[in-house]
Write a protein of this length. Structure first.
Length: 157
């Protein structure tokens, strides 16, 4: 429900406008926008978009979850996955734009293969991050044990 802040009623923007381009177009007069979507199905106001010269959309190429299994999932693996997905999706969008300018646009098959290649990289990266985290956790445990017993027995490390 709305809350009152300094006498003004406020509501979560995600409930009313998931892609808030209005302040940029109406208040600031922006005509070129880079819009980063937080989901495949997010949309923005088509009328406002028609007033722009260019809108570059970056959308997740894979499902990043809903509220509880996405937005509110702060596990290391989930965060790592979403960061890497955003990184590769952004690189691909700008590569596609560059190729289009050169007259070499991606075919649907090239785009699909590129997304799959990037997804495989992301999964491998998340697995590598998980392994590094386990090693670091184990190392910290060993370091703590060494500190504890070295001071107990007067061993200088």
């Amino acid at each position: 429900p709305p809350v009152s802040i300094d006498g003004e009623k406020m509501i979560d923007g995600g409930m009313t406008d998931n892609v808030p381009i209005r302040p940029l177009v109406e208040d600031e007069g922006c005509e070129n926008l880079i819009v980063v979507m937080c989901g495949k199905d997010n949309e923005y106001d088509i009328y406002l978009a028609s007033r722009c010269k260019e809108i570059i959309e970056i959308r997740p190429s894979r499902n990043i979850g809903e509220l509880f299994d996405g937005t509110l999932d702060f596990s290391k693996d989930s965060i790592s996955f979403r960061i890497k997905l955003g990184y590769y999706d952004t690189l691909r969008v700008f590569d596609m734009l560059e190729r289009k300018k050169m007259g070499l646009p991606y075919t649907a098959e090239e785009r699909m293969l590129s997304e799959k290649r990037d997804y495989d990289r992301i999964v491998a990266g998340v697995k590598a991050d998980r392994a590094v985290n386990k090693i670091n956790d184990s190392k910290k445990g060993y370091d703590d044990l060494l500190k504890k017993y070295s001071s107990k027995y007067g061993i200088d490390l």
